[in-house]
Design a binder for this molecule. Structure first.
Ligand code: HEC
Ligand SMILES: [Cu+2]
Length: 353
């Protein structure tokens, strides 16, 4: 029991260190933008916010004025006071009350129509990229991770990865967004707005990063217990770096000799094929499981568990043996391993670069 607490505390501390690191790239980035769509949308947000604050302030001011105003007609004439709120208005003769309602309605209508037109203009401007789309990527939401397919339907170019989307910088990229189970929503605030991922539908979004960098995203449609741990990263790279990444990802995993009986590496491979291959795919091997992230180039990724932890050998073994404590409810069971087994599995996983 004590050992377990110590272990959890250690994991907690290392996750805290991770989240301190993550604080350098927080989700409050919706107030900033690094791409053309988010710039337009952010401006729209600020203008709407300013109008709403102005209108609120104006109404509060009028209300205050009306409340504090000395009303001699009511004060001097008890009949009018008992006649209720409309008393003074009718007493003053004309229909100034009605006129005030008309003016107020007119102004509100004008403001709302103007806001609608502005919103429609921004919607139209951000609906299609100015330049031709340079790349199409398919992203599928799962409880609680993201499958990412490259190749745009071309079988020869096709490969699958997870939780990390690489794009070339400065060009529009089209994302086709689908769901494998429930409704999710894809949102990378620095780059573009939110788009829902609905079972049976394919929604599209395009985004563009103006500068190289890592842009964090998050599922924004509540999709079950681990919704909060369903993060994604968009890695924007120069065209040459991106091409190198593509070429590396297209490769199958390194071959590991299966005949070298008694050696650590083949033992790790065997363990993987027996216990993990039902859910995970490693291209170039007999592991073709469709239920979890593709692990062919696991070590090329920055994080594991959809943004849960940084991808280090120690975190990998922690994750594999304690998935249900680190991400309760995740669709991967905790897989208890003896220490020789975890050594062998680590050795095998290290080949997935
Ligand atoms: C019942 C299916 C299942 C089995 C068996 C399984 N996994 Fe998983 N695995 C998953 C799912 C689902 C996820 C995604 C969990 C999440 O992030 O919510 C996952 C995530 C992972 C990840 C993190 C990948 C990433 O990029 O985030 C690693 C590494 C991993 N599994 C390794 C293994 C290993 C090694 C084994 C065998 C010892 C194994 N898994 C057995 C379903 C499974
Ligand atoms: Cu979600």
């Amino acid at each position: 029991m004590l050992r377990r607490r110590v272990w959890l505390a250690a994991i907690g501390a290392s996750m805290l260190a991770d989240s301190v690191q993550a604080a350098a790239a927080p989700m409050n980035y919706f107030l900033h933008s690094e791409g053309p769509i988010s710039a337009d949308v952010r401006m729209l947000g600020w203008v709407f916010a300013a109008i709403c604050i102005l209108v609120c302030g104006l109404i509060a001011g009028l209300l205050l004025y009306a409340t504090l105003r000395v009303r001699p007609a009511v004060a001097n004439n008890p009949d009018a006071a008992t006649a209720g709120v409309m008393g003074p208005v009718t007493r003053s003769g004309g229909n100034s009350g009605l006129r005030a309602v008309a003016i107020g309605t007119g102004i509100s209508t004008l403001i709302l129509v103007a806001m609608t037109i502005y919103a429609l203009v921004v919607l139209e401007r951000t609906a299609h990229p100015a330049a031709p789309v340079a790349l199409t990527v398919d992203v599928t939401g799962f409880d609680w991770w993201w499958r990412v397919d490259y190749g745009d339907g071309d079988a020869a170019q096709h490969f699958v990865t997870a939780n990390e989307i690489h794009i070339p910088v400065g060009v529009p990229v089209r994302l086709r967004l689908a769901s494998a189970d429930v409704i999710h929503a894809f949102w990378v605030p620095l780059l573009a707005g939110k788009t829902q991922m609905i079972p049976g539908l394919v929604n599209e979004q395009w985004l563009q990063a103006d500068r190289p960098g890592v842009y964090r995203g998050q599922c924004t449609q509540y999709c079950g217990v681990q919704h909060a741990h369903m993060a994604v990263e968009v890695v924007a790279q120069s065209q040459s770096e991106f091409d190198a990444w593509l070429a590396a990802q297209r490769q199958p995993a390194h071959a590991v000799s299966q005949t070298d009986i008694g050696a650590v590496l083949p033992a790790g491979r065997k363990l993987f094929m027996e216990r993990c291959a039902g859910c995970h795919t490693v291209r170039g091997t007999e592991a073709v499981g469709p239920n979890g992230p593709d692990l062919t180039h696991l070590n090329s990724r920055r994080q594991i568990g959809a943004g849960l932890m940084s991808n280090t050998p120690a975190h990998l073994i922690d994750w594999i043996t304690h998935a249900q404590e680190l991400k309760p409810g995740a669709r991967m069971p905790s897989m208890p391993l003896t220490s020789p087994e975890s050594g062998a599995l680590s050795a095998y996983l290290a080949t997935l670069d």
